[in-house]
Design a protein around this ligand. Structure first.
Ligand SMILES: [Zn+2]
Length: 135
């Protein structure tokens, strides 16, 4: 079964490795989006952090093997900012983006190397920050 769409301008092709990995039934979805069973082609939707449907979600023939989910379409993957720039897509404007990282220097380098510029740095902490970034 194929995932259908009408307006192609709402979709963009990605070469992200997230689309290559097989997700076990009952595992936690790493991305919000549409997952497709590699065995039979059935599609489901899931939200990041939710459990993907279990093995008994639907029946397979012996030839189809076990249920195994593969990401078919998802919301924009943050790390694709760099890939989009490299592939010639231009990000016109980006306002406030909050990203929680362990290594701030490494994260800055990751976004600056493909062409984004650092406008400034500021420290923020406290309950209101935790609430904004969902900690
Ligand atoms: Zn299936």
């Amino acid at each position: 079964m194929t995932v259908l769409y009408k307006y192609s301008q709402f979709l963009a092709q990605s070469k992200d490795a997230a689309f290559d990995s097989i997700c076990e039934p009952g595992s936690i979805a790493q991305w919000s989006g549409i997952y497709r069973c590699d065995g039979c082609g059935r599609s489901i939707t899931s939200i990041v952090g939710n459990q993907l449907p279990p093995q008994n979600h639907h029946q397979h023939t012996l030839q189809q093997g076990r249920v195994r989910w593969r990401l078919a379409a998802c919301h924009f993957i943050v790390v694709n900012f760099a890939a989009a720039i490299i592939e010639g897509l231009t990000i016109q404007r980006m306002e406030h983006v909050g990203i929680v990282v362990d290594n701030l220097g490494g994260a800055i380098k990751f976004f600056v190397e493909p062409g984004l510029s650092l406008q400034g740095e500021a420290a923020a902490e406290g309950r209101w920050v935790d609430r904004i970034v969902w900690l």
